[in-house]
Structure formats: C-alpha cells, structure tokens
Write a protein that binds this ligand. Structure first.
Ligand code: PLP
Length: 373
C-alpha cells in the first residue's frame, strides 16, 4: 500500500537519537533549547516553546491568550478536531465558520460576521499546507482587537508573500506527528514574537512552576512556586534530537512536495473529474496534504474503495468539526450550518504526498486514478 503520508527517517536521524540515549539527559536537557532555537531560525519567530504534541501546543496557546468560560474563539470547521478541542479545554466556546470553496481555507467574510464582544481570538488553519491570507486576517484581528492564532500543523516550511509560516500570527502552532513535515513521534511547538506569552507557555508545560530544574540548579535552590495550574506537556531530549535532525531536511522536503503536486496538477488538467484545490500565487504551499475534489463522473466513495483496493492509501481530510457528535451535543451545532465545508466533505479525496514518494509511485497513483474515472 502506498500510504497518504509517511515519515522519512535516515541514518543521521537515528544517530542523533542514539547520541542522546548515551548522554546524561533523556528529557529536559540541552537538546530542548537547541531544537527551539533551530525552529525559531526556520520560522523567523523570536520565541519557540516545544510541547508534547501539537494538541498540547494548541492548549498552551489558548491558555496563553487566557481563554476562559464565556470567551469565544473563531475556528473554521474544515480542520482536525484538536483545533476546536483546545478552545474547549480552557472552557471557551468555538465559534465555527465556513471556508472558501476554492481553497477550503477560512472564509474572511463569514469570519467578520461572527466576531462579537465575546470573541477573544481567531484560529486560522493552513489547511493542507496552504498558508491563509494573513494580510487580511491580521487586518481583521487588529481592527476587532482579537488575537490571531495560526494552526500551522500543516504548513511548516510554507511562506506567505515571502514570509515564513511561524512569523505571521500572534501565536503559530506546529505538530511533529509522523505524517507532518518534521517527525518526532509525538511533539509540537508554539512560535511567537511575544516574550511574555512564551514565558507563560513554558510554565504551562511544566506544571505551572515558576522555575524549572535548570533554573533551580543555577540559583542553588530547591524552592519553586506554582502560580497557575499547568500540565506535564514537556517534549523530551530524545524527541528534540530527532526534531533537530529532521528540521535540516525541511526545505528539501517542501521542494519535493511541490514537485509532486506539480506532477499531480499537470495530470489532472486532462482529467475533468479530478479537480485539485486552488493555490494562491502569493504563497509557497507546504503540501502536507494533496487534496483533490471529485466531480460529476467520479463518485468519491467508489474512488476511495477502488483506490484502496488497488493499493493506494487515499484518505479524507476532514469531516467538518461541527458534525462531530460531541459538538452537536455540547454546542448544539447542526448539519446545514456550514454548507461549503459540508459539500466539500462529500467530494474530497487526499492522495499520497510525502517526500519519499517516488516518481514511479506518483505515476502509479495516477494510473489508478485514471482507471477510476
Ligand atoms: C495534526 C494536527 C493537530 C494536532 O497535532 P498532534 O501533534 O497530532 O497533537 C492539530 N491541528 C491540525 C490541523 C493537525 O493536522
């Protein structure tokens, strides 16, 4: 089976992890700070705080913005459930909005209509790896005095008007799950230009303590204070060593992903039933996912089944979050509320996309696609 996504682990990645295994620290040693610095350099952010997962990173971002019961956070429905869940972890209410039919990115017009007195933040999701329209988003966020968060789990390595993802919103969240661009097993990070927000998130990932073990050692004290409720959301030195090694290959990975996308796009130009999502010319798409919409002649369920049977691990991203039973029950969301996402959900298909995919495998995916319609 050709999977829809796959990590690439080379000998140098393995060596980097083994070096940490032989060192003094398995967790919270010198490698954590080194990974954070490397991520800051790669994303143009001033501060990066790594976390145990992308979901923990989203939670930390919501905590840093002081989301509380009664607060609303705008979330597009075309995303992974974790984007909305992080708002709920803090007692907030996700205010769902629909997406643009061409890109499936947050729709700026719908966004303006839901911002109200209780809105505290907007989460823009760089769906599939396409950076959102951050120019317009920042203008809307500052006009309404709300924070702008990028769920950049799909878009590490992407650019908007030449600016790297990670430097475009108040807080940018990354995931290092193996299907994403940089794999650490589990892992995530938040990038920000705010020193104070990064300090809040550092304490949040370490039980809410005001001093970590290194700071205690440096000042020769055993004492620490817990001012806020925090979690153990730390990322270990083992994970960070893998992350540093993986990050070195990010640029090459995005280039290869763009090459594969160009190959798919060229082939689908001659297949009227297969319609790739649009990409704006002012971005560098990071292509975490390659999503195609099936039209008229090609039935999605049928294509999904036949392609899986033929060894092509297609997938569907995502069932719109407001249709998840938890949200329907707890927040009374309903079918029909976000028609663009609901219609897209019926016709989208995710094709294999990862840097280790060979040209022969891309041709094989296309051969199977043609046989379906
Ligand atoms: C992967 C992902 C997350 C969560 O990341 P984890 O590291 O798996 O917790 C959040 N948002 C989006 C859009 C994702 O794709």
């Amino acid at each position: 089976m050709i999977p829809y996504a796959r990590q690439q682990i080379d000998a140098d990645d393995i060596e980097a992890v083994v070096r940490v295994l032989r060192s003094d620290y398995l967790t919270t040693g010198p490698t954590v700070g080194r990974f954070e610095e490397a991520l800051a350099a790669a994303t143009g952010a001033d501060h990066v705080v790594v976390m145990a997962s992308g979901t923990a990173a989203l939670h930390a971002a919501m905590h840093a913005l002081d989301i509380q019961p009664g607060d609303e956070v705008v979330v597009p429905v075309m995303t992974f459930v974790a984007t909305a869940n992080a708002v709920v972890f803090c007692g907030g209410t996700p205010r769902f909005v629909d997406v643009d039919p061409n890109t499936l990115l947050i729709d700026l017009e719908s966004l303006e209509t839901v911002i109200g007195p209780r809105t505290k933040a907007i989460v823009a999701v760089d769906y599939a790896g396409h950076p959102c329209a951050y120019g317009g988003l920042r203008e809307i966020a500052s006009r309404h005095g709300v924070a702008l968060v990028a769920d950049a789990a799909h878009s590490l390595g992407g650019l908007y008007r030449g600016q790297p993802v990670g430097s475009l919103a108040d807080l940018s969240v990354f995931s290092f799950h193996p299907v994403k661009h940089v794999a650490t097993g589990e892992g995530g990070a938040v990038a920000t230009s705010s020193r104070s927000l990064s300090d809040v998130m550092r304490r949040f990932r370490n039980h809410g303590l005001d001093k970590d073990h290194t700071q205690r050692a440096q000042t020769s004290t055993w004492d620490y204070g817990m001012q806020v409720l925090g979690y153990n959301y730390r990322l270990s030195d083992l994970h960070c060593a893998l992350g540093i090694s993986q990050l070195k290959k990010l640029r090459a990975s995005v280039l290869r992903r763009c090459e594969i996308a160009a190959h798919y796009n060229a082939a689908f130009a001659d297949l009227p039933g297969w319609s790739p999502l649009a990409a704006d010319p002012d971005v560098t798409h990071a292509y975490h996912l390659y999503v195609v919409r099936l039209r008229d002649s090609v039935h999605r369920e049928e294509a999904f089944r036949s392609m899986r049977e033929a060894g092509v691990g297609v997938n569907v991203h995502y069932k719109p979050v407001h249709l998840q039973p938890f949200y329907m029950e707890r927040f009374a969301t309903k079918k029909g509320q976000h028609p663009v996402s609901e219609a897209a959900y019926e016709t989208i298909l995710t094709l294999p996309m990862y840097p280790g995919l060979t040209d022969e495998q891309v041709d094989e995916v296309l051969r199977v696609a043609r046989s379906v319609g």
